[in-house]
Design a protein around this ligand. Sequence first.
Ligand code: XUL
Ligand code: MN
Length: 345
Amino acid sequence: MSTKRQYKFSFGPWNISEGADPYGPPTRPPQTFDWKLGKLKELGFDAMMFHDDDVVPDLDSKSAEQMRKEAKEVKKKLDDAGILAEIVAPRLWFSPMTIDGAYTSNDAKARKFAVDRSLRCIDIAKILDCDLIVLWLAREGTYLREAKNCKRSMDFLVQAMDKMLAYDKKIRIAIEPKPNEPMDMAYIPTMGHAMAIAHMTSDPKRVGGLVETAHAFLAGLDPADEMEFAMSFGKLWSVHLNDQNGLKFDQDKPFGSNNLRSAFNQVRVLERNNFGAKGECVAFDVHSFRATKTEHMVDHLANSRKTFLKLVEKVRSFDDAAAQKLIADRNYQALDQMVIDHLLG
Ligand code: XUL
Ligand code: MN
């Protein structure tokens, strides 16, 4: 195991948020893009994640020329700050066109909108020098299963990804699975589904995955296994580390906040598979608690990074040889306690 390897860290502008929830208004003032970029740099992060309209606000109302102009302005800001664009994701879930789904809508006009918007997202990514398009398939699912047809929906998803892959031969698509929210039931709920559908596309090598800790928990799965499963296909192209307290709404808590042992295991699989060696970033898709004061509004990001780095040390100082002996002896009782003692320090 390399002890020298450095990780690259990333977050998105939406991870510095104002605290609104469905039951109440914001609790913190909005901050400008420039302020967020400044904080990202100050906190020692290397890259920023984007939705297409984080780069070009109100994207649907802008001409191609205007879109290019605004994307170039953002690229210049990133270059001046020495910050990379890690991913760009089409935000397909806000438009009135996608109320009943985007790529899998029952309405052909909505499906066309979703594909056209995804191609614009690729144009923006190219300007930012970014080859990784993330698909969080927010509204590709149902409130009631009778409303759609799974096989038809898979065909629509494959067709949409094929159009993206054909539009630009350099881009890669990372599917970010999530089992629910906003939909009751999503069509690509787990990494297994993502890997399977990747193989139905015209260029499976360019379709991989992104694991978000909270999404794996919501699917009742082990996030570390979801990550290592994708890595066994050579297809874990990013991670959204955060945390989640059981089966609730998607909480996006600071990394390690609820399930420290699971966080240790997530870092362990990233370490043992050399995650980052091909330039992959460790992204934190975390949110402040609503009660967080303005002066603490980036602490969840700094804390998640700090916890990650402490866990890297914990992984590197774990006595693997002793663990192997216990495994060979089938003494899982002792192995369990060894992990607990190690985490307790
Ligand atoms: C939603 C989520 C998104 C994606 C990017 O649960 O995690 O922020 O990561 O679209
Ligand atoms: Mn995410």
